[in-house]
Design a protein around this ligand. Structure first.
Ligand SMILES: [Fe+2]
Length: 335
């Protein structure tokens, strides 16, 4: 943290006014005086103490407890922490819907792995729809031209496994936890198996085994996984188990920050909530398909898809910062 001369002057002035009887600065009163969070004032005091030998008493400001606001009938532990700048930063690389299918160029998986190798995040999350599994799509009627030309389930399973291997080989030995919040496309295989008793324990387990073999921890379609207090899910499901589609409705209903995929559009939305320093942020991470690729079902639709990955920083249970890295940028850096 660097302070401007104005910040140093304002902090020193506030410190002269707000001190405890024993001479320690009263960070809490200083914070009110300056209109800042107590943690920010404490950080400023730390910076000042480090650079000014005459301020050796300011470190003791750390021990002044932050007085909790009084909530009628609501335990303090239920309150979301404010997005202060003093929490531990958790860095998550979020890979969007990959929609791998047989015969597809997998270069993007190598670029993403190289980016992760270079940036060393704390977690890797693939937000679901790693593979399309068009072979078991129920959208194409049996006997239709589309159904006739789609790959076999065996080809889909092999392409899925190969793409996981490509990513793993490129990333090399790495202990960064890998999480997949499964999407509706992989879930097609589960439904397919579920409707055919003779397949019990076969193809769906093969999908999950492939993920497990390459150390991806999988979570069911629709389940929200929490990392550092922020939710990750392919897409939230509504009251009747169908995917939500409107970002505004989702954000209005959210009780915590959420990072999701499924729409293939990159959006960022913050909605303030009634309460003290509270609100929610929703990030839609776009897609990690090759740049410019729009799946055939959406070719003529209103799309504005975005291709790339997101590097997200979580602090104090909230999304503190994020950066989009487009597929074109990944290509130019890591080809
Ligand atoms: Fe999806």
């Amino acid at each position: 943290m660097r302070l401007t001369p104005e910040q140093i002057e304002a902090t020193r002035q506030a410190m002269c006014i707000h001190t405890h009887p024993d001479g320690r600065p009263n960070a809490e009163q200083m914070a009110r005086h300056l209109g800042l969070a107590p943690s920010t004032v404490k950080n400023r005091l730390r910076v000042l103490a480090a650079s000014s030998p005459d301020m050796d008493n300011v470190q003791s400001a750390e021990v002044i407890p932050f007085s909790k606001p009084k909530y009628r009938g609501v335990p303090w532990s239920w309150q979301k922490p404010a997005a202060n700048d003093d929490g531990e930063a958790i860095r998550v690389c979020v890979i969007g819907d990959l929609h791998v299918s047989p015969g597809q160029d997998l270069s993007r998986l190598r670029w993403i792995a190289r980016h992760i190798k270079e940036t060393q995040p704390d977690h890797i999350v693939q937000i679901g729809d790693w593979s399309t599994f068009d072979s078991v799509s129920t959208h194409d009627p049996i006997g239709s031209v589309k159904a006739k030309h789609r790959p076999s389930l065996r080809q889909d399973l092999e392409a899925h496994h190969e793409s996981l291997a490509v990513f793993d080989r490129e990333l090399g030995p790495s202990v960064i936890p890998r999480t997949v919040t499964l999407g509706n496309h992989c879930d097609r295989v589960r439904k397919y198996e579920e409707l055919r008793g003779e397949l019990e324990g076969s193809v769906w387990h093969e999908v999950l085994d492939s993920f497990a073999q390459f150390r991806w921890k999988t979570y069911p379609f629709g389940e929200v996984v929490f990392i550092g207090g922020c939710g990750f899910v392919h897409v939230p499901l509504n009251r009747i188990g169908k995917p939500h589609s409107s970002p505004n409705i989702m954000a209005n209903n959210l009780a915590h920050d959420l990072i999701k995929g499924h729409s293939h559009v990159a959006t960022y939305l913050t909605i303030p909530k009634i309460g003290q320093d509270t609100g929610v942020t929703l990030i839609d991470v776009g897609t990690s398909l090759p740049h410019g690729h729009v799946e055939s079902y959406a070719k003529l639709s209103q799309t504005s898809w975005w291709w790339g990955i997101h590097d997200v920083i979580i602090r104090n249970g909230r999304i503190d910062d994020f950066a989009r890295v487009s597929m074109k940028t990944l290509e130019s850096r890591y080809l």
